[in-house]
Design a binder for this molecule. Structure first.
Ligand SMILES: [Fe+2]
Length: 359
């Protein structure tokens, strides 16, 4: 059994400014990687630049990371980073900028390699130092080694083979406070999928389950906020971030499972948000698993039955009609991938995947 969590994590209010010295110690010139606007809107960008300015660390911004970042974006960011001689990378945002930051740090370090290096399983994985500042409560990318990129040449989205942990994660719940309700619902659903998929997983260990169980309990504290039953306090937002972070630690050890594997086609072809697309398959996945284990993790989150969880999903994320051909394609792709079929702790036949997909 192996347990590795090499990222230094601080999770508290104002932690970017409180730990500015640790952030600044990563280098002398930062490439700050963000999406188009959310890093600025939530205040994280201002905190990070103030922290760097305080310690005389220069920085350059690359604010062009799109949702589901492409290999082309990584290579453009690498060009910017190399031009200014960046010696560390800071990702601010949801999964897309944080995942991109890892791949960019890899490619700047290997500046003489072309994009295929990203997918080279035999290539060395050294990177520039990386700090991650999450501004959503879903991905856990700040503590996972995963970088999910989109390959337009193959019309797919998936993880690159390099396993890249950030050196530092600075987690502040206040960045969630202005988030639109729908995004909060979708991203916290992503965190729940990470927790449940990691727990019901062929690679689960007592250590990974320790993270998943703790994460589910913390996740459950903010359920009624996502349901719109009460206003969120700063503590609630920090809880949402912590649940997402613990979920990240869980999947860092097990990976995700069938709901995530099936979700990628929905996101690529039906443009469904990531957390919502994963949640689409969650109830179906749990129905295939050991009922004793399922009841345990449902009760930790305050759900009595799988149906109650499904209802929560419909109320918070909404249930879209997905064209049958897209679901058929998802099933076909996942069934053709032997590695994905080994992720659940139960035997996987085509009929099982079809049941999970609801077709
Ligand atoms: Fe996810």
């Amino acid at each position: 059994m192996k347990f590795l969590m090499p990222t230094l994590v601080y999770s508290e209010e104002n932690c970017v400014l409180s730990h500015s010295a640790e952030l600044a110690s990563l280098g002398s010139r930062a490439l700050i990687v963000t999406g188009k606007s959310s890093a600025r809107r939530c205040g994280a960008f201002a905190d990070v630049t103030a922290a760097l300015d305080k310690h005389g660390v220069s920085w350059v911004e690359f604010a062009e990371v799109e949702e589901n970042p492409s290999v082309e974006t990584i290579m453009r960011a690498r060009q910017v980073g190399c031009k200014v001689k960046a010696d560390f990378v800071i990702g601010i945002g949801g999964g897309s900028p944080m995942d991109a930051a890892k791949a960019i740090a890899l490619m700047i370090r290997h500046h003489d390699q072309d994009w295929e290096y990203l997918y080279d399983k035999t290539a060395e994985t050294s990177t520039l130092p990386i700090a991650e500042i999450p501004t959503t409560a879903g991905t856990g990318s700040e503590v996972t080694a995963v970088s999910v990129l989109t390959r337009h040449d193959k019309h797919v989205k998936g993880s690159i083979p390099h396993k890249i942990f950030a050196d530092l994660a600075l987690i502040d719940g206040k960045y969630l406070s202005g988030m639109p309700e729908q995004i909060l619902a979708n991203t916290t659903m992503d965190a729940l999928c990470h927790l449940y998929e990691s727990y019901i997983h062929s690679a689960a260990t007592d250590f990974s389950r320790m993270c998943a169980e703790a994460g589910i309990k913390v996740w459950a504290r903010s359920k009624d906020i996502v349901l719109g039953k009460r206003e969120a306090s700063p503590e609630d937002y920090q809880n949402m971030m912590n649940a997402s972070c613990m979920a990240g630690m869980a999947i860092a050890h097990t990976a995700t499972s069938m709901p995530h594997a099936l979700s990628y086609r929905l996101t690529y072809s039906a443009h469904m948000a990531h957390g919502k697309a994963c949640g689409y398959f969650l109830a179906g996945y749990l129905r295939e698993a050991d009922p004793v284990e399922v009841n345990h993790i449902l009760s930790l989150a305050g759900f009595k039955t799988v149906e109650e969880l499904e209802e929560y999903y419909v109320v918070t994320c909404g249930r879209d009609e997905v064209p049958l051909e897209i679901l058929e394609q998802s099933v076909e792709e996942v069934f053709a991938n032997k590695g994905k079929c080994k992720l659940p702790p139960f035997p996987v036949y085509e009929a099982v995947i079809r049941r999970i997909a609801g077709i």
